[in-house]
Design a protein around this ligand. Structure first.
Ligand SMILES: Cc1ncc(COP(=O)(O)O)c(C=O)c1O
Length: 415
C-alpha cells in the first residue's frame, strides 16, 4: 500500500512510521485518511496548526489572495501582503505588549531563524560561545543542532558541534547557581558567552515548564553580565501556553525572539527573528535566502493574528487548560501511582519514566489504533505529549482525552 514511499522516499522519514496511513483531509482538530477514517489530532503538526486545520477565516483570505493572481514568492521585495502582515503584527501583537522589536524574515524553517539568531548574537557581541540548556531542542541544521541535546539528533552531524556550553534547565540540579558560577568564577573555564538561548517550556525535551522565577533570574543574569537573552518561541509561541508569547507570564522581554510554526496561521512555512532595534546590525543580504517571502504565509499570518485577537484565543487556551489538567489529575494519574504529568496551556506531557519509558511510544501506538495522533518527547522518549490545536472543540478535546486514557489503560494492562 505504501510502496512508492518505501521504495522511493528516504529512510530518514519519521512521523509516517508512527501513523501508518495515507492522510487526505483535515478540519480543525480532525484529520482524515484517504479511506475517510477520522483521527483526532493531538499533535497539531508539531505545533504548526495552533489555529486549526483549514481554519475557515484564515482559509478565506488565502483563497481570495490566490484567486486574484497576486504574487506568491517575492524574495524580500516589498509587497502588499508583507506590508499588511508587518502592520498587523506591530499593531496587534507588539504594541499592546509595549514591545519594540525589528522583524527579520528568515528562511522558512524554524531552524533557519535560529541560525540567524546565532549569527546575530555573535556579530553583536564579538563572542563565539553561547549557553543552551540540557533538554533543549532548537533545530537540525548545524548551528541549531549544536544547541540541541538529544543524542540521536546530534549523531546526524558527524562533525564536532561546538561553541556551546550546556547548563542544567530549571528543575535539574541548581541551574541558576551553576550559571552564576560559570560566569563569575574566573577559573570556570567557560568564556563569556554571546547569549543564553532558552525555551520557556521545553517541548521536545519532555514538556519541562520553566518557573517564572527562573525566567526572571535568567533575564537578570543576562542584563547584569551584558549577555543577550534569546527566547526560542517556535513551538510554544502563538498562544500555545495561554499568551501570545510564552515568556509573557514572567513579565520579561528577551533581547531576541524566534517564531515559526504557527506564525503563518495556516501551516505554511515561515520563520521570524525579532530583535531589539539596536541589535539589528546585519548588512543587507547577510542572511539571504530564496524563500523568505512566501506571500501566502504573510496572508495567513495576518489572518492568524486577527483570529487570535478577535476570538480571544489566549482566554480560550486558559479555559481549556483547566479541562485537560483536571482530566489528567482525575482520570489518568489514578491509573498508576508512578505516572506524573507536566504542562500548561494546551501542551501536556504524561511521564512514564518511573514505570518504563518505552510505554510512552506504546501509548502512541495504542492511541493510533483508537484514532488519535499523539507524539513522544523527553528523555528516552518517555513522555507522552498532548498538543491539540488551540481551537479544538470541547467535545473533541474530551473525546480525545478519553482515548488517551483508554490507550494508557491498554498499555498498563499488557505490562
Ligand atoms: C523549540 C523549537 N525550536 C526549533 C525548532 C526547529 O524548527 P523547524 O523544524 O521548523 O526547523 C523546533 C521544531 O520542532 C522547535 O520545537
Amino acid at each position: 500500500m505504501f510502496e512508492v514511499f518505501e521504495s522511493t522516499e528516504s529512510e530518514v522519514r519519521s512521523y509516517c512510521r508512527k501513523y501508518p496511513v495515507e492522510f487526505s483531509k483535515a478540519k480543525n482538530a480532525e484529520i482524515f485518511s484517504v479511506e475517510g477514517e477520522r483521527y483526532i489530532d493531538f499533535l497539531a503538526v508539531a505545533g504548526s496548526m495552533n489555529y486549526g486545520h483549514n481554519n475557515p477565516e484564515i482559509k478565506a483570505k488565502i483563497v481570495e489572495y490566490l484567486s486574484e493572481d497576486h504574487i506568491i514568492n517575492a524574495l524580500d521585495m516589498y509587497t502588499q501582503a508583507k506590508e499588511e502582515f508587518l502592520q498587523t503584527f506591530k499593531e496587534k501583537i507588539l504594541e499592546p505588549r509595549n514591545m519594540n522589536y525589528k522583524v527579520m524574515c528568515c528562511g522558512p524553517t524554524g531552524t533557519n531563524a535560529i541560525e540567524a539568531a546565532l549569527k546575530l548574537v555573535r556579530k553583536n557581541t564579538g563572542r563565539s560561545g553561547v549557553i543552551a540548556f540540557s533538554g533543549a531542542f532548537h533545530g537540525m541544521t548545524m548551528g541549531s543542532l549544536s544547541m540541541t541535546t538529544d543524542r540521536t539528533s546530534r549523531e546526524g552531524a558527524c562533525v564536532p558541534l561546538g561553541h556551546v556550553t550546556f547548563a542544567p534547565y530549571d528543575g535539574t540540579l541548581d541551574s541558576i547557581a551553576y550559571l552564576k558560577w560559570i560566569l563569575e568564577d574566573d577559573h570556570s573555564g567557560v568564556d563569556k558567552p554571546a547569549a543564553i538561548f532558552l525555551e520557556t517550556v521545553q517541548a521536545e525535551g519532555g514538556i519541562n515548564v520553566a518557573s517564572v522565577e527562573w525566567l526572571r533570574e535568567i533575564r537578570k543574569i543576562c542584563t547584569e553580565n551584558d549577555i543577550l537573552m534569546v527566547c526560542d518561541d517556535i513551538q510554544v509561541g502563538n498562544g500555545r501556553t495561554g499568551t501570545f508569547f510564552s515568556f509573557e507570564r514572567a513579565g520579561i522581554q528577551p533581547d531576541m525572539i524566534v517564531l515559526s510554526k504557527s506564525i503563518s496561521g495556516f501551516g505554511m512555512p515561515m520563520a521570524l527573528l525579532l530583535m531589539r532595534p539596536e541589535l539589528d546590525i546585519f548588512r543587507p543580504a547577510e542572511h539571504n535566502g530564496t524563500f523568505r517571502g512566501n506571500q501566502l504565509s504573510f496572508v495567513g499570518g495576518t489572518a492568524g493574528i486577527n483570529y487570535f485577537v478577535d476570538h480571544h484565543l489566549d482566554d480560550e487556551v486558559k479555559r481549556k487548560e483547566k479541562i485537560v489538567a483536571r482530566y489528567i489529575e482525575e482520570e489518568i494519574l489514578p491509573l498508576d501511582s508512578r505516572l506524573s504529568y507536566r504542562g500548561m496551556g494546551l501542551m501536556w506531557g504524561i511521564d512514564f519514566g518511573k514505570i518504563n519509558p518505552a510505554f510512552a511510544l506504546e501509548a502512541v501506538h495504542e492511541g493510533f489504533d483508537r484514532h488519535i495522533i499523539m507524539e513522544v518527547a523527553g528523555r528516552k522518549d518517555g513522555v507522552l505529549k498532548l498538543m491539540p490545536p488551540l481551537t479544538i472543540e470541547d467535545e473533541v478535546l474530551k473525546e480525545g482525552l478519553a482515548i488517551v486514557k483508554a490507550s494508557i489503560e491498554a498499555v498498563l494492562r499488557k505490562a
